[in-house]
Design a binder for this molecule. Sequence first.
Ligand code: ASP
Length: 438
Amino acid sequence: MWYRQLHWQIIIGLILGVLFGLLASMLGWVEFVQNWIKPWGTIFINLLKLVAVPLVVASLIAGVANLSDLSKLSRIGGKTIGLYVGTTVVAVTIGLTVVNLLQPGKGLPPQMRQELMESYASNVEQSTQRAEEVQQVGPLQPIVDIVPENFVRAASDNRNMLQIVFFALLIGIGLIGIERTKAEPVRAFFDGLNEVIIRIVDLIMRMAPVGVFALIAGVLIDLAGSDPVRALNLLRALAWYGLTVVVGLILHTFGTYAVLLRTLSPIRLGHFYRAIRPAMVVAFSTSSSAATLPVTMERCERGLGVSKEIASFTLPLGATINMDGTALYQAVAAVFIAQVLGMELGLLDQLTIVLTATLASIGAAAVPGAGVIMLVIILQSVHVPVEGIALILGIDRILDMCRTVTNITGDATVTSIVAHSEGKLHLLVEEEVLRSDT
Ligand code: ASP
């Protein structure tokens, strides 16, 4: 039966979560959902975060130790970063094109504009403060931040994923350089640990339908509270803007990536999207590429046949620096705010947005709401008042869910392409991965 398959159960969990969240909001069950439903979502996210660091460490060490020669590593790194940045520039360009064509900011009634600016003014202050902290660091700080001074401290915070990647790479490189007999048990240990954690991810995913249900119901209650009418009005006022972001995200997720996959890999498109669907749903309900990382890794390795030496390197890197959805949304949001405030952004401003949105998405953390903090920096670069962020905060959480889906799909696309180019896409994992014409 179709509904016995896990990915369908997750989708059913998602739909039931939406329906239940709406019902609970209409009936005023806010406390009930917060006390009895939401915690199951938190447990699900915590479990995923719990396995993320050990998974990256084990699979990266085992993966790198399998590489016969180290020059491969820099080649893989170069290709991966090149593709990540390239796709982000395309994403921003799509965002700018869509927002200039649809002009969502032109139709917002002045009274709604006033209301939004007033009700979200305090949230803007928080984002501005956090953006200032980001801006105060020196130009080389991002590189300094990759090198941890203490492994345990690095491993104690999932936001330090690049530090973990760096440390695991060092151990992997060390293993290649020592005597085979000494290296073998260490490599076998991490190989085994990697298998164990992948198995745990399988088990955690069995809880996904319930976790996704609880997360979605919780988000809806947070958004609508016990006044769904107000939430609906907000949604209606910002519908055109929200639609612009979603159209851009769909074009990029199912257009740009599809073209890249078709031209640069032998994977059938239908299979690709089907294989990563569980990761997409988890990204949608958690709004965090970092929390979704274990699922993305499992899907790329088991569903698409990417070898672990590639997936364990490119995916944590992607979760941290590759955020096409975020960059696209930031471009749309910046131009939308300018449109509402009656400002014209010329070609130079739009080019500045391409550059700053690309950099800002690299710097954004892989957690809910990170994109909106970096938006402050983009608005400042084109001299649009940051107070304008108040206009978009009302529906930001929903768009965050959508852009996170694009973010992880981008990671999986680049990973598949890099794996294929290195001969590391094991197409026999599931036969239908292959296009019939190849
Ligand atoms: N939530 C996004 C992510 O984790 C980041 C953002 O756009 O806020 O990928």
